[in-house]
Design a protein around this ligand. Sequence first.
Ligand SMILES: C[S@@+](CC[C@H](N)C(=O)[O-])C[C@H]1O[C@@H](n2cnc3c(N)ncnc32)[C@H](O)[C@@H]1O
Length: 185
Amino acid sequence: MRSCRLFVLVLLHVPWLSVACTPPLPVGTPPLDVPYIPTPLGVVKRMLQLAGVGPTDVVYDLGAGDGRIVITAARRFGARAVGVELDPLRVAEATANARRAGVSERVRFLQQDLLLTDLREATVVTLFLTPALNLRLRPKLWRELRPGARVVSHLYDMGDWKPDRVERVQGRPVYRWTIPARNTH
Ligand SMILES: C[S@@+](CC[C@H](N)C(=O)[O-])C[C@H]1O[C@@H](n2cnc3c(N)ncnc32)[C@H](O)[C@@H]1O
């Protein structure tokens, strides 16, 4: 267990190592900003609880992988959810997983770059990216999300944007921020 955690941390800090270990992307796919590493299901559930996800929410997972956050948001929390994912093989996998879970009508997967995705309809955004990508996303989140929207990140913070909650889940930090009523950032 300990060695597994270490392996994940090494992969996150040395992305080329992980890219070297995963199948090549189909020709024409832009390079990934982050390798695929899934969030453990217990952490997924807690992230969605920390965000207070419910049936009126629209959850966007940026870099959706196999769709587990999106599918859990729909199946366990009754939300509508959208997964944004650059890798077409992951999009196909996530779509099949959603069908098997019986939530196809409440979820969508968009094969596109998360930095070019319109986030205005999201009430919750979930992230498992890198520190640098979180910082690149920050102004976009502030610009596009409405007051009261929640952002939850597995493992990485947002620099000097102070979270309103931090919790350790299975030994990993999970951060939550709320877009303020007057978005003055
Ligand atoms: C660390 S994984 C997280 C997967 C999932 N969110 C989870 O927590 O289980 C990051 C995902 O982001 C995807 N990704 C990397 N760069 C991306 C980009 N620019 N736009 C959209 N997805 C991207 C990768 O293919 C990978 O599936």
